[in-house]
Write a protein that binds this ligand. Structure first.
Ligand code: SF4
Length: 77
């Protein structure tokens, strides 16, 4: 396993956030946008229950590298 290129998934039931470590350029945009959810010093570092789904999506949309993305969970469709 390449520790520099991990893919991790985090779900809150509504959406699943996908984080690809190899793409992250550590700009910190996600943390600045939603420090309650994105806590790089903790494990797991994304706290899906710390904010509304829309606010999590908004922060992900501002990730400059594409390291963060999300998909809507099927149960919602
Ligand atoms: S916004 Fe994207 S590139 Fe920047 S630290 Fe967060 S995950 Fe990494």
């Amino acid at each position: 396993m390449d520790k520099n290129n991990l893919t991790k998934e985090y779900s809150n039931g509504e959406i699943t956030v996908v984080w690809q470590s190899g793409k992250c350029i550590h700009s910190g945009n996600c943390v600045r946008n939603n420090p309650a959810v994105f806590k790089p010093k903790e494990k797991p570092w994304i706290h899906m229950d710390a904010s509304e789904t829309q606010k999590i999506k908004d922060a992900i949309d501002k990730c400059p590298s594409g390291a963060l993305s999300y998909r809507t969970n099927k149960s919602e469709e």
